[in-house]
Design a protein around this ligand. Structure first.
Ligand SMILES: [Zn+2]
Length: 65
């Protein structure tokens, strides 16, 4: 198997890392069909616990008090 002739410098590694981190985008958000709150797509709603019109997760209502 071919091996690299030289080790990559710290600057080169940092350049690669900066480019990769810069390519990341914010996760896409949608509105919940049950309560209308903002929720991540393909995830259960954090405020009501519904996913695809069915209740998946019980949400404890102690934060609102
Ligand atoms: Zn919801």
């Amino acid at each position: 198997m071919a091996t690299p002739k030289r080790k990559s410098s710290h600057a080169r590694t940092a350049q690669k890392k900066a480019h990769w981190l810069g390519s990341l985008s914010a996760p896409s958000a949608t509105t919940c069909t049950n309560c209308g709150e903002a929720a991540l797509s393909h995830r259960a709603c954090p405020s009501c616990g519904y996913y695809r019109k069915r209740k998946i997760v019980e949400i404890k209502e102690e934060k609102k008090a």
